[in-house]
Design a binder for this molecule. Structure first.
Ligand code: SAH
Ligand code: SF4
Ligand code: F3S
Length: 440
């Protein structure tokens, strides 16, 4: 038997890319590849890239530059670019970095084995189609190995919303939901391999509308209730949601489905209705706040998380103040804020840009408010008992780390638990990025 070839995958961007990287590794497993953790000994390097902001996209080229020496030493080394930069820039990548052998867009991963074979013949391989066939069906796992207690599962992909700043509708294509049956089969398989928590993924996961066994249209809530019946699966999460797709049944599930965790990532982007309109977000600050109110009625202790863009074209100080006001009102457990980044080809790229120093200043003000809220919420956990799913040993000997129902990182010293256990932990201290506790 020949020695296996080594594959190094580096993943950027969102959780969907993390999931896709696992699928690509499985697909290339059939070509005799095993994964390695360093680029140095790899026979193939794959960068799974993100195009969401300019910096993310540029990172790819600087990373590729670093592989030049490796390729010079090892001419057989194949270098591939996958993900959203691959989709957005295609052939341009090979023009800027001629040592790249393969470029594959997110909807063509099932074609990766043939593409890899082509590179072994000394040819270049490029595929950025949006093919009719279902890539997930063709990418079905060949590997049945045990795995850690948490997993991602993509249920929906693509986006039809076309927010004025965003590349996703162009890089991932139109919205497509996977059929219920395939999701349940994959979930059961994950549970058999040791998984206890599944995070359902989609760019607009709550717009999920996959086909049920009888062909009927499902909602995300209905899918969650089916997953709730999977023995051995203990926790369900989902991300990312759009405020307009928070349907009644999904809000209700937060109050009634005990496996659905009390954490919700619901990006709003801005608190100014004028800016939301310019962003083509199709919701207002008020309608967003009303959705949260209803979710909190269903599940009072839910931890809210969100995304914000500051310095969107034409944003005034008054608009920004409206964002701060909204943050004050929501009180976030987590929130991610970004300075607006111009993306070629999106409608907002053509508009009057906000002065960079002003945008920096606003970003800093927003982040300090968010950090204050985050810390106060973490501090409020001290003295409370929360369930923790243990995922890995901590940094100190004997220490174990995991996540609470609210997704807080929790460490326990000398914990009499195994990886995969869920145990009640009394929180005794809140540090900056994690909580410390004792088994209750
Ligand atoms: N589907 C999700 C988010 C996808 S992108 C949603 O509907 O909200 C993740 C986050 O990146 C977005 O929520 C937004 O805050 C940020 N983002 C997207 N495009 C951006 C841009 N051009 N500049 C800065 N941040 C951006
Ligand atoms: Fe991008 Fe808007 Fe679609 Fe989210 S809803 S992926 S921000 S276009
Ligand atoms: Fe980035 Fe593509 Fe995800 S642009 S955020 S990797 S969908």
């Amino acid at each position: 038997m020949s020695t296996p070839k080594k594959l190094f995958i580096k993943t950027y961007g969102c959780q969907m890319n993390v999931y896709d990287s696992e699928r690509m590794a499985e697909a290339l497993g059939g070509q005799g590849y095993v994964e390695t953790t360093t680029a140095d000994d790899a026979d193939m390097i794959l960068l799974n890239t993100c195009h969401i902001r300019e910096k993310a996209a540029e990172k790819v080229y600087s990373e590729l530059g670093r592989f030049k020496g490796l390729k010079a030493d090892k001419p057989d080394l194949k270098i591939g670019v996958a993900g959203c930069v691959a989709q957005a820039e295609g052939q341009e990548i090979m023009r800027r970095q001629p040592m790249v052998d393969l470029v594959v867009g997110p909807q063509s991963y099932h074609r990766l084995p043939e593409m890899e074979a082509k590179t072994r013949e000394g040819e270049k391989a490029l595929d950025t189609d949006f093919p009719e066939e279902d890539k997930f069906e063709k990418l079905k796992g060949r590997r049945k190995a045990q795995r850690g207690p948490t997993a991602f599962l993509t249920v929906q992909e693509g986006c039809d919303k076309f927010c004025a700043f965003c590349v996703v509708p162009y890089t991932r294509g139109a919205e497509v939901s996977r059929p219920v049956d395939r999701i349940l089969t994959e979930a059961r398989d994950l549970v058999e391999r040791g998984v206890r928590e599944i995070t359902l993924l989609g760019q607009n996961v709550n717009a999920y509308h996959g086909a049920g066994r009888d062909g009927s249209d499902y909602t995300l809530a209905k899918l969650i209730w089916d997953l709730d019946k999977v023995d051995g699966l203990e926790r369900i999460r989902f991300t990312t949601s759009h405020p307009n797709d928070m349907t009644d049944d999904l809000i209700e599930a937060h109050g009634t489905c005990s496996k659905l965790m009390p954490y919700l990532h619901l990006p709003v982007q801005s608190g100014s209705d004028r800016i939301l309109k310019r962003m083509n977000r199709s919701h207002t600050a008020e309608s967003y706040l009303r959705v949260i109110e209803r979710i909190r009625d269903a599940r009072p202790d839910i931890l809210m998380s969100g995304d914000f863009i500051v310095g969107f074209p034409e944003e005034t100080e008054e608009d920004f103040q409206a964002t701060l006001d909204l943050v004050e009102e929501v009180n976030y457990g987590y929130a991610y804020s970004f300075k607006y980044s111009t993306r070629p080809g999106t409608p907002a790229a053509e508009r009057a840009q906000v002065d960079a120093a002003q945008a920096d200043d606003r970003l800093q003000r927003l982040q300090s408010l968010i950090t204050r809220q985050q810390r106060a919420i973490q501090q409020s956990m001290v003295g409370r008992t929360v369930n923790v799913l243990f995922e890995k040993p901590g940094r100190l000997p004997g220490q174990m780390g995991g996540k609470s129902d609210y997704l807080h990182a929790v460490h326990v010293a000398d914990a009499p638990v195994q990886i995969g256990d869920i145990a009640p932990v009394r929180i005794v201290e809140a540090a900056t990025n994690s909580l410390a506790g004792v088994i209750d």
